[in-house]
Design a protein around this ligand. Structure first.
Ligand SMILES: C[S@@+](CC[C@H](N)C(=O)[O-])C[C@H]1O[C@@H](n2cnc3c(N)ncnc32)[C@H](O)[C@@H]1O
Length: 213
């Protein structure tokens, strides 16, 4: 059970939905434990489950993740990809990326994974794309910059998933700090950008699903 299970939904709804989640396999369970013990912020399992379904639906050929951490979501995405798919992922922290490389190698994914070490805003302009599936899960104050850098590199029909859009309830509560204000502005942007069809779901910590039109 996550620490603030009722940050977004009422506790009984959140607990009920959590009870529906299937247990993870041994590797993902080990990553979840490693993340908890070492303070790594990986995606919630319900968000991982949504991503699995979206990847199977989209059958992407070029995936980009902004924010690798220990590779949990790379494994979740990569397992659902076809062998010809390439998953590119960006992480600034060398040691964290070393853990990610180790866990991803252990996962024996069907597709290729390309790790980029560096600040996302430095790496993104160097990537050619075009991408057809994106997972944004990095510095909250930079989400809009990631989107601006990425939009020209996204195919029509590309799917963009964004994590933490409700930010532990702070966004809707009207709190003010750099991350909360940035996420509120970002939500408004993706909800109104004519190039996107967006839903912000009360799933996990708030999950955005946008499709490029
Ligand atoms: C929320 S975690 C990603 C979790 C991962 N997507 C998962 O679900 O398994 C965000 C990661 O972004 C990394 N990060 C922080 N600032 C960054 C930056 N400017 N550029 C790239 N990565 C950054 C952090 O080190 C952290 O590992």
């Amino acid at each position: 059970m996550k620490e603030r299970v009722d940050a977004i939904l009422r506790r009984n709804q959140a607990e009920y939905l959590e009870s529906l989640l299937q247990p993870r396999d041994a590797l993902l369970e080990r990553l979840e434990k490693f993340a908890e013990e070492n303070g790594h912020p990986i995606a919630d399992p319900e968000v991982a489950q949504l991503i699995r379904g979206l990847v199977r639906t989209k059958v992407p050929r070029r995936v980009l993740e902004v924010g690798t951490n220990i590779g949990y979501s790379v494994i979740v995405i990569g397992r659902e990809c076809e062998p010809e798919a390439v998953v590119e992922t960006i992480e600034i922290d060398h040691n964290t990326l070393t853990s990610a490389r180790r866990f991803v190698a252990e996962a024996g994914l069907p597709c290729r994974v390309v790790f980029h070490e560096g600040a996302a805003l430095d790496v993104l302009p160097r990537l050619t794309g075009p991408f057809d599936f994106v997972f944004i899960d990095c510095v909250k104050t930079e989400y809009e910059d990631y989107l601006d850098a990425l939009l020209p590199k996204l195919e029509r029909g590309a799917v963009i998933v964004c994590d933490n859009l409700l930010w532990k309830g702070r966004v809707a509560a009207g709190d003010h700090d750099a991350a909360t204000d940035a996420l509120r502005a970002f939500n408004k942007r993706i909800a109104n950008d004519p190039r996107l069809i967006t839903s912000v779901l009360p799933l996990g910590d708030g999950t955005g699903v946008s499709v490029v039109v």
